[in-house]
Design a protein around this ligand. Structure first.
Ligand code: CTP
Length: 421
């Protein structure tokens, strides 16, 4: 199970007494590394306050469909899609009826129709409302549409009656969320709908790209990281998509927006990145632009490591999997073209040549990442293309320009055949 680390949950809180349990759900999700964006319905506001949802989620709470500031910051379509899963807890009879029949007259119901991700409902209502044929018809319709459910549980209700209708406990909802996220949560459009496949020299090609740093936890609050911003890898993803490729971007923690027209998978650690890369294969072209942390702490501490009489802790490190080498050396299903990066602070080309041979890739894009170069985190880059046949050095340019030229270069390699002699 991949877990919740780095996952993004859009949480719609409907109007039910169980909404107080949703506050605990937010805590449980966040302590497992997920981020939560809260949406509170008018009825939900009667049970929990926007302030408590915002404090616990650490993010703005969205309430209004027509809020101008929200639209300026993030429209409802974007909000509905900028998540890995949409969860409704408590899901009231009213919200379920709206979703079953396609009503969209407030922010929550609009998001539920507009999302391109799966929806998980945690129903909560009086037992007669739950058992009512109208609600049961809606449940059947929603299940037929692929909507996921957790609960309701059977038990004592706030109204004093006993039966089915209690919202699942927060940890049961967490388990249902983990289970849902273990599978693909994207909802594809029906065939023939959507933007026509862009044409271009990479049309029909599958390009898989890693980007950004990885974070390797030491304890629940500390991690090992590096200064990579992901700008170069994300720029390559945009350029490959613009060239017509079907692009999957596996991104470590970055502050950049997901590129348009690219399927982005968010990961945190090197091991998660390797898993996501393996899950995204096969590909025609693999480009490893991520600055993967070479080491992780052996055995992440479950609790925050405290200062004490024993003095500073000694961190034992273990080596992370080398994703580029793994893909380059695949016996079966190796992408026909594998491109690596080399981040060096000295002897840039020499180290890159050694890396090309050691990892077994077809091309290394070498760059100087010494602090004086300003490359890590900066807007510009100066690269050398190293292959078994030789070295091609490019002048310094914008990272977007490097990306466009690199994609053009890759197109010429892909059409001419590989560079290995
Ligand atoms: N890479 C990878 N997995 C790792 C480490 C690196 O996929 N665990 C990839 C990077 O994405 C990059 C290339 O390997 O494409 C080289 O990364 P770099 O950090 O320059 O080199 P390292 O392999 O880490 O070697 P060193 O630290 O000795 O320079």
């Amino acid at each position: 199970m991949a877990g919740l680390s780095g996952k993004r949950v859009l949480l719609v809180i409907g109007g039910g007494v169980a909404a107080y349990k949703t506050l605990d759900l937010i805590r449980r999700l966040r302590e497992r590394g997920a981020s939560v964006r809260g949406v509170l319905t008018r009825a939900g506001e009667q049970f929990v306050t926007p302030l408590s949802v915002a404090s616990l989620s650490g993010a703005k709470v969205h309430q209004d469909l027509f809020s101008l500031t929200d639209e300026a910051e993030m429209g409802h379509i974007e909000l509905s899609r900028d998540a890995d899963l949409v969860v409704v807890a408590p899901a009231t009879a009213d919200l379920m009826a709206k979703l079953a029949h396609g009503l969209a007259n407030d922010l929550a119901s609009t998001l539920l129709l507009a999302t391109d991700k799966k929806i998980l409902l945690a129903p909560s209502m009086n037992l007669r409302m739950w058992l009512h044929p109208a609600t049961q018809r809606n449940v059947a319709l929603l299940k037929g549409d692929g909507v996921l459910f957790t609960g309701p549980d059977v038990g004592e209700m706030a109204c004093g009656e006993y039966g089915p209708g209690r919202m699942s406990e927060p940890l049961a909802i967490v388990a249902a969320i983990e289970e849902a996220l273990d599978h693909d949560t994207a909802l594809p459009l029906p065939a023939g709908v959507g933007r026509p496949q862009p044409s271009g020299p990479l049309s029909g090609k599958r390009v898989l790209i890693t980007s950004g740093p990885t974070h390797e936890p030491i304890d629940p609050v500390r991690y090992i990281a590096n200064r990579s911003s992901g700008k170069q890898g994300h720029a390559i993803a945009r350029a490959a998509a613009a060239a017509g490729a079907q692009v999957t971007l596996v991104s470590g923690p970055v502050t950049l927006a997901d590129p348009q027209g690219v399927s982005t998978v968010h990961v945190e650690t090197a091991r998660e990145m390797r898993q996501a890369v393996e899950a995204a294969l096969p590909a025609d072209i693999f480009i490893a632009a991520a600055a993967v942390a070479d080491w992780r702490a052996e055995g992440e501490a479950r609790e925050k490591i405290k200062k004490g009489a024993k003095g500073p802790p000694v961190l034992a490190l273990v080596e992370n999997p080398d994703i580029l080498a793994t893909v380059s050396q695949m016996k079966k299903g190796r992408p026909p073209l594998v491109v690596g990066f080399a981040a060096e602070t000295e002897k840039v080309v020499d180290h890159a040549k050694a890396k090309l041979a050691r990892k077994g890739c077809d091309l290394i894009v070498a760059n100087d990442v010494s602090p004086a170069s300003g490359v890590m985190g900066g807007e510009r880059n100066c690269v050398h293309l190293v292959t078994a046949k030789g070295v091609e050095s490019w002048p310094e340019m914008d990272k977007d320009e490097v990306a466009r030229r690199l994609v053009a270069h890759i197109v010429s390699l892909a059409t001419k055949g590989k560079t290995k002699s």
